[in-house]
Design a binder for this molecule. Structure first.
Ligand code: HEM
Length: 274
């Protein structure tokens, strides 16, 4: 079961070209939903206006090479390894969910577009991807979600914002049950297709598009640190530096010439909630 392509057996009931058409329609729905989301929230407009504003208060210009280095670090840290999450449980859950989704979607597309392939690796990866997504997603849903983990709300309280995680969970769960129960045209197949249609068709209403916006936001966040604009926030001062004490004479006046290190402040507590 783990090594056979469940879509190849299905082609006896549904012509492969219909399955391929479904994938194309899903891609178009994701593109359309993302564009509508951007127009509605004006996020792209805000992003570019904000970037232009930041450039005006830049203290230095960031060269092409440095921009490539920043883009590479965003790709490696924030995108590929979910480095934005300080909490290791959230990071691991996101890694499982994200990589599970990518492996599951890519292997689905390859198996449907190459129905004559006899690869046993692809179906195995398809099952592993769906399992990773389910493990990371259920862990997030039951234990990590902010409403549940930090605010003590019940895990079955639903909001529109949950559309993304719930449709991801439903897609992976019904795909696995469909495969484990022998595939074919069954009620589990219908539920699998229904949930994946909600996942890809619901981009406008869900958090789906964050996977395209977050990398751009992470890049911009690093650019404003590199060019010194820092959203007009002050730099991190060393309070023992005589230069800093000359600039802010109230520091030595109230705290002495050798002010104690006030600690990690916001990071004093290990990231637990967000
Ligand atoms: C296939 C790709 C991805 C999947 C399936 C995925 C899945 C998820 C899920 C399920 C959540 C929790 C959403 C919720 O609160 O309901 C989440 C949050 C988050 N994701 Fe992703 N993600 C993906 C790609 C990315 C990428 C590429 C980045 C960053 C570069 C990213 C950064 C984040 C961050 C920072 C959060 C938490 C903050 C927030 O909710 O806004 N994700 N992701």
């Amino acid at each position: 079961m783990f090594t056979s392509n469940p879509f190849a057996a299905l082609s006896a009931s549904i012509p492969t070209v219909y399955m391929q058409g479904y994938i194309v329609v899903m891609i178009l729905l994701v593109m359309g939903g993302t564009i509508l989301d951007m127009l509605h929230k004006k996020s792209a407009q805000y992003f570019f206006e904000n970037a232009k504003k930041a450039k005006k208060s830049a203290k230095r210009s960031v060269g092409g090479g440095e921009k490539i280095a920043i883009a590479t670090s965003v790709l490696v840290k924030e995108v590929l390894t979910s480095g934005e999450f300080d909490n290791p449980r959230r990071r691991l859950s996101h890694l499982l969910t994200m990589w599970g989704t990518i492996i599951f979607i890519v292997t689905t597309a390859i198996m449907i577009f190459s129905p004559s392939s006899t690869s046993t690796l692809l179906p195995q990866l398809w099952h592993i991807g769906a399992l990773m997504l389910a493990v990371g997603g259920y862990w997030f849903w039951f234990a990590i979600r902010v409403d549940v983990a930090a605010e003590g709300l019940s895990w079955f309280r639903l909001e529109r914002a949950d559309l993304f995680i719930l449709s991801l969970l439903a897609t992976s769960t019904f795909a696995l049950i469909w495969s484990f129960t022998g595939g074919g045209l069954t009620v589990f197949f219908a539920l699998f297709i229904l949930s994946s249609t909600v996942l890809f068709g619901g981009v406008y209403w869900s958090k789906f598009a964050h996977m395209f916006f977050k990398p751009a936001a992470a890049y911009q966040k690093k650019i404003i640190m590199a060019d010194g604009s820092r959203e007009n926030l002050p730099p991190d001062y060393d309070l023992t530096d005589p230069e800093v004490q000359r600039k802010f004479p109230d520091v030595p006046m109230y705290m002495g010439k050798n002010p104690p290190n006030m600690g990690l402040c916001i990071k004093a507590e290990r990231a637990n909630h967000y």
